[in-house]
Design a protein around this ligand. Structure first.
Ligand SMILES: Nc1nc2c(ncn2[C@@H]2O[C@H](COP(=O)(O)OP(=O)(O)OP(=O)(O)O)[C@@H](O)[C@H]2O)c(=O)[nH]1
Ligand SMILES: [Mg+2]
Ligand SMILES: [Zn+2]
Length: 285
């Protein structure tokens, strides 16, 4: 029996890396019910090529599907146009799974300064932000990958595979043709984990354009706890259970009015709040 890490999953097959060798395995039937994900640490039978057990996970994301990551690298670019609701949901998804979200502004070789400024002012009190280009400069990215297991997430064509190629140039992963972006086709179709060095891994993932609230395991009344940009104002609200939507004497709303909290972040908070509330009522009422 050996221990290893699942680095790729296609249909019913799992690629398990152990001591610099990769074994293509099936999984024991009873493991299928709890799911086996890229990133899982497993015990496997190297002669029968069968995964026998999964070690306890530190985290699990369903979109992108990956276990045990430390950091979620949320990639945005000027093309395709960013979906900020998706960005906010991915940040919440990371926070609620004990994963550090990092906002990666890619394609800075073609980006306008105002694009970076808008992101910085909206997200500076929320997450770390790095400004990179898969084609020109990924120094800031290389620094944050050290000693961590990280995964890219984001819309199709933002450059996740291009960045993975820049980190590990021998990979030569397929990248999309920018002229075909509008067709909505994904170039990368599966999640795969790549070893950068003994302690650092990076996962390339398939892009997606939406994230259903049902994946966010948040009680809507506690949504504000996951907004670091709101935190310092919350204690000033008149009502202890203030949701910062219809209540009077709400310090969060005042901070939005004064430009201390980004208006877009606040408006998207309201959308996510309402959707979570609907989801909660559907489940429990
Ligand atoms: N100018 C510029 N173009 C980039 C950069 N990074 C990626 N691109 C281009 O963006 C397009 C899409 O890149 P991909 O790496 O395939 O994007 P992806 O996020 O992996 O897309 P999916 O696999 O579909 O999710 C390609 O044409 C890349 O050449 C960059 O830093 N600068
Ligand atoms: Mg890709
Ligand atoms: Zn309030």
């Amino acid at each position: 029996m050996k221990k290893g890490i699942v680095i790729k999953k296609l249909a019913d097959k799992f690629w398990v890396k152990s001591d610099n060798l990769t074994y293509v395995c099936a999984s024991k039937k009873n493991l299928k019910t709890m799911g086996l994900y890229v990133g899982d640490y497993v015990c496997f039978d190297e002669f029968q090529n069968q995964v026998l057990s999964i070690e306890k996970r530190s985290s699990l994301l369903i979109r992108p599907p990956i276990a045990n990551i430390d950091q979620l690298l949320i990639v945005v670019a000027p093309i395709p146009k960013p979906d900020l609701l998706l960005v906010d949901k991915l940040i919440l998804f990371a926070f609620t799974n004990n994963i550090e979200p990092i906002l990666c502004i890619n394609k800075n070789d073609i980006v306008q300064e105002s694009f970076v400024d808008d992101f910085t002012s909206a997200y500076k009190n929320v997450v770390n932000i790095i400004n990179i280009s898969a084609h020109k400069n990924i120094d800031e990215l290389l620094k944050i990958l050290k000693g961590k297991v990280s995964a890219f997430a984001g819309q199709s064509a933002v450059g996740k595979s291009s960045l993975t190629n820049a980190i590990l140039p021998d990979l030569c992963l397929e990248v999309g043709d920018i002229s075909k972006i509008e067709r909505g086709r994904n170039t990368t179709r599966h999640t795969q984990l790549y070893e950068i060095d003994d302690n650092s891994f990076i996962a390339d993932t398939s892009g997606f354009n939406s994230l259903d609230e049902k994946y966010l395991t948040i009680n809507y009344e506690e949504l504000d706890k996951y907004y670091p940009d709101f935190i310092k104002y919350i204690s000033g609200c008149k009502f202890r259970s203030c949701n910062h939507i219809n209540e009077t004497n709400c310090c969060v709303k005042t901070a939005v009015k004064n430009g201390e909290i980004d208006l877009g972040r606040y408006n998207r908070y309201k959308i996510i709040y309402e959707n979570l509330k609907k989801e909660w009522e559907r489940k429990y009422d």
